[in-house]
Design a protein around this ligand. Structure first.
Ligand code: ADE
Length: 248
């Protein structure tokens, strides 16, 4: 069981992962738990202010140290087991499937969701263990990135996906993009035919075809991913052939 504590001023947003689909299943089966902590409860004025203007000037507001620090302390107390504090921000380490696998081994994670222009840097220095980005673009807050991280973790937990949708078959599990998928009808007036090999019943041939499709897609769409892989001689030959075809 992995426990998440999300520190957020918009706790209702997290219904998106606790109420729908595979991620909801993880929470129902108690493979994962989620609590939310609103830093506004630690604000000290009657307007429940948790942000202030940035020193040095400039646009926007910055989330203050104290309410966030108190929210982290509360999260640690309530989780009652060692938990890394992860701050979601575009300045963080890029989230990859390998990083997801590492996080999936943790007992608990505290996910700090920023809003406005960001949070007081002193909080990051003193209380954040990892800063993680979900991509080189800017969102309005850390909630969607935190939910992205939770979803990607919980689907890896044993018993969450059923056999048919095993995580081992996912894109990136073996460092490759996924192969194309087809379902009935095998022949369609507008869409054409399904690749014949998939109807052959030859399991070994199908496996080989799928593997080569994965290699091909990764080569054509994301060449930089190929460099990180340990390839068999057969794979290398296949890729050389693709490279030659590309030149012609
Ligand atoms: N907060 C805003 N944009 C983000 C991003 N790309 N990744 C993580 N957290 C964010």
């Amino acid at each position: 069981m992995i426990n998440f504590a999300a520190i957020t001023i918009f706790p209702e947003m997290f219904d998106a992962i606790t109420q729908y689909g595979v991620s909801a299943r993880a929470f129902q089966l108690e493979k994962a738990g989620l609590m939310t902590i609103n830093p506004r409860q630690f604000a000290t004025n009657r307007y429940q202010t948790i942000d202030d203007r940035p020193f040095g000037g400039g646009p926007g507001m910055v989330m203050m140290y104290d309410p966030l620090q108190k929210a982290i302390t509360e999260a640690k107390k309530r989780l009652n087991k060692p938990a890394k504090v992860v701050y979601l921000s575009p300045q963080g380490k890029p989230l990859t499937q390998n990083l997801v696998k590492e996080f999936a081994c943790e007992d608990a994670l505290i996910l700090l969701c920023g809003r406005y222009e960001g949070i007081d840097e002193r909080l990051i220095e003193r209380h954040v263990d990892e800063e993680v980005s979900i991509g080189d673009y800017v969102l309005s807050g850390g909630e969607l990135p935190a939910m992205t991280l939770i979803d990607s973790i919980v689907r890896l937990l044993p018993g969450v996906l059923n056999d048919q949708a095993s995580a081992v078959e996912d894109s990136f599990y073996d460092g490759l993009l996924d192969c194309p998928h087809y379902t009935r009808p095998a022949t369609h007036v507008d869409a054409g035919d399904v690749p014949a090999v998939l109807l052959s019943g030859d399991h070994q041939k199908i496996q080989q075809w799928r593997h080569q499709q994965k290699l091909k897609r990764t080569f054509l769409r994301r060449k930089e991913l190929i460099e990180c892989l340990c390839l068999s001689n057969e794979d290398k030959q296949y890729l050389e052939q693709l490279a030659q075809d590309e030149k012609q």
